[in-house]
Ligand binder design. Structure first.
Ligand code: SME
Length: 159
C-alpha cells in the first residue's frame, strides 16, 4: 500500500469515528505522517471572511482573513489549490511564522460552494509536490459532504 493510501485509510477511520469532530485529530495525523507539515489547520468561509478552525502548530495571528487576501484568501477566490514554493517571494503571503518557507492551501468544495480550506505551512522551502497536492485534495473531497452536513445542522439550529 502506498504512503498516500495508508494516510487515506487513517483519515477514513477518523471520519467514521468522529465525523466533523475529527478535524483536530486529522491535523495531528497529517503532521505525524508528514513531518515537513509544520503548521496544519482549517479555515472556514463565513460571509466574506475565512475564520480559523482546528489547527496544530504555532498560534497564528491570522484568525480572520478577508476572502481575496493572503494565500488562504487567494485559494478561495481562485477556487483552486494554491502552492507557494517560496512564501517570501509571493506578495500575497500573510506571515504566520518567520520559519515558514512554503505553503499549500486546498479549498474544500461541496456542490459548487467553497466551505473552507486546508492550509499547511512548512519550514522547508518548496516542500509541497504533486503527492502532497493529490493527498490533500482527496482529503478535501472526503471531508466536503461531512462539513456541508454540519453547516446545514448549524444553520437549522440557529433558525
Ligand atoms: N500564510 C497564510 C495565512 C495563514 S497562516 O499561514 C496560518 C496566508 O498567506 O494566507
Amino acid at each position: 500500500m502506498s504512503d498516500t493510501q495508508k494516510i487515506l485509510r487513517q483519515v477514513e477511520a477518523l471520519i467514521e469515528r468522529a465525523g466533523s469532530d475529527c478535524l483536530r485529530d486529522l491535523c495531528e495525523l497529517l503532521q505525524r505522517e508528514r513531518p515537513h507539515y509544520n503548521w496544519v489547520g482549517f479555515y472556514f468561509v463565513e460571509g466574506n471572511e475565512l475564520v480559523l478552525g482546528p489547527f496544530v502548530g504555532a498560534p497564528s495571528p491570522h484568525v480572520r482573513i478577508p476572502i481575496g487576501k493572503g494565500i488562504c484568501g487567494a485559494a478561495v477566490a481562485e477556487r483552486q489549490t494554491v502552492v507557494v514554493p517560496d512564501v517570501n517571494a509571493d506578495p500575497r503571503y500573510l506571515a504566520c511564522s518567520l520559519e515558514t518557507k512554503s505553503e499549500i492551501v486546498v479549498p474544500i468544495e461541496h456542490n459548487g460552494r467553497i466551505l473552507g480550506e486546508i492550509d499547511i505551512d512548512s519550514h522547508t522551502p518548496n516542500a509541497f509536490g504533486p503527492d502532497d497536492r493529490a493527498l490533500l485534495e482527496e482529503i478535501a473531497r472526503r471531508l466536503a459532504p461531512i462539513l456541508a452536513a454540519q453547516r446545514k445542522t448549524k444553520i437549522e439550529i440557529r433558525k
